[in-house]
Design a protein around this ligand. Sequence first.
Ligand code: HEM
Length: 495
Amino acid sequence: MALFLLIPSVVLLLLLILLPITRFLSKSLPLPPGPPGLPIIGNLHQLDISDLAVYLWGLSKRYGPLMSLRLGNVQTLVVSSAEMAKEILKTNDLVFCTRPILTGQQKLSYDNKDIAWSPYNEYWRQMRKICTLHLFSMKQVNLFRTVREQEVFDMIDRIKTRSSTKQAVNLSEDVMILYSNIICRVAFGKRPSAYNYRKKGKRLGELMLECQVMFANFFYRDYFPLMGWLDKLNGSIARLEKTFKDMDEFYQEVIDEHLNQNQPNKMQDDMVDILLKLKQDYSNDITFDHVKGVLMNILLAGTGTSASTVVWAMTMLIKNPEFLKKVQHEVRDAVGKKGKVEEDDLYKLDYLKAVIKEALRLYPAVPLLLPRESRDQCILEGYKIPKKTLVYVNAWAVGRDPKCWDRPEEFDPERFMGSNLEYKGADFEWIPFGSGRRGCPGLLMGTTAVELALSNLVYSFDWELPEGTIDIDTLKTKGTVMHKKNELLLVAKVP
Ligand code: HEM
């Protein structure tokens, strides 16, 4: 009996002694190394935001795969190797699975009532579970198959018309139109052009662009809480309010249209219908603001990411014609003279999938993933990571980690042939969709739409550089989604 009482007492005593010691030790541990900064602003003045992922990758070669920066008041960690990405996204996922509160994102997500920018909490857990089941599941993705096929075949027809005049095709523009059409039809039941009649308001495409600008905008209050007044003074807050109001009017119009049972030409069960049904079923938890927040995620997360992936894949294929030939051979062989690639054919196209994976390794659509924030203090590799540290996982750098990739700068789809690297994010040397609790829930929807478009592009045309063009540049845009900066202009020839 005495022993029965003695053992727990000893354990308790040890805990009482050890806990303060570990706390003390972890407090005295250093932060990960990083470039020295200036008082008050820290490293903010050094950041080259025109090509942030590449700039941070360069710095990490000097300071290591766990690198500290101080952005104004905000302690920041940049992660640049597969090994350390695994520490953040898997081993310590529960510590790093919340998002920072950022002014632009907070406003445009109705106070984080969305999925992407919501902090990690009970609301997010429920909403993500519900949306994964009802919006992003395989069953749901399959339901929208006809929309994807119609839109891709329409794009191919448009390119065919232009190819007969030998005009160069602006693939960046065509592919962006394609994915805006697909996402709007899947989400609202209509193409975006249906909303372009708006006289007072802006067109939907312009509005979406404005949201992206606001997401990437520098708000003083995010880094210097006492200097938020500067955001008012320089007009950032007024611009954000205006963007919010325009978007809100748009969502409201779409919702009113869906609530009106008599609307003409209505497609059955688009995403707004599903969200409105969920709002009814979970009337205590889901409001119109939640519906609008999730709509914002679908609109903005689903278009640019897929479009940039197709454009980078085509850029890489044109720059490496031997791989273009191989992938054309695979697709044309598998599909024969049918005239188009349908979704049923995609399972036969291993080489095409390898091309897309390799393009995503070298040009991940979201090169710094979405930022995370630590929910608690934690120790990594003997360094202290304080609570509320802003965390960037640099997928651009991870995809080029020489410890994981042979000839990392070379485009070679064959490295993915026969490899079991999967999209789901379990392999940390390749994380274009992130991983763990906050990994991309739209992965299946995104990859299916990318595979269908790319396979039809290489099946239907032979591609050449326009006359007088010697090579294609790989300059990138700034912002969360990394597009090719200069539009991809190519000549399409019907074989
Ligand atoms: C090629 C296409 C796509 C790529 C490369 C991509 C990539 C990503 C990445 C890197 C993240 C951040 C993951 C992290 O922090 O670990 C993300 C999050 C997210 N993506 Fe995607 N995405 C794509 C398509 C889509 C589509 C089609 C949708 C929906 C229509 C979507 C919806 C979302 C949402 C809602 C989140 C936030 C998840 C959360 O915070 O819980 N994505 N995506």
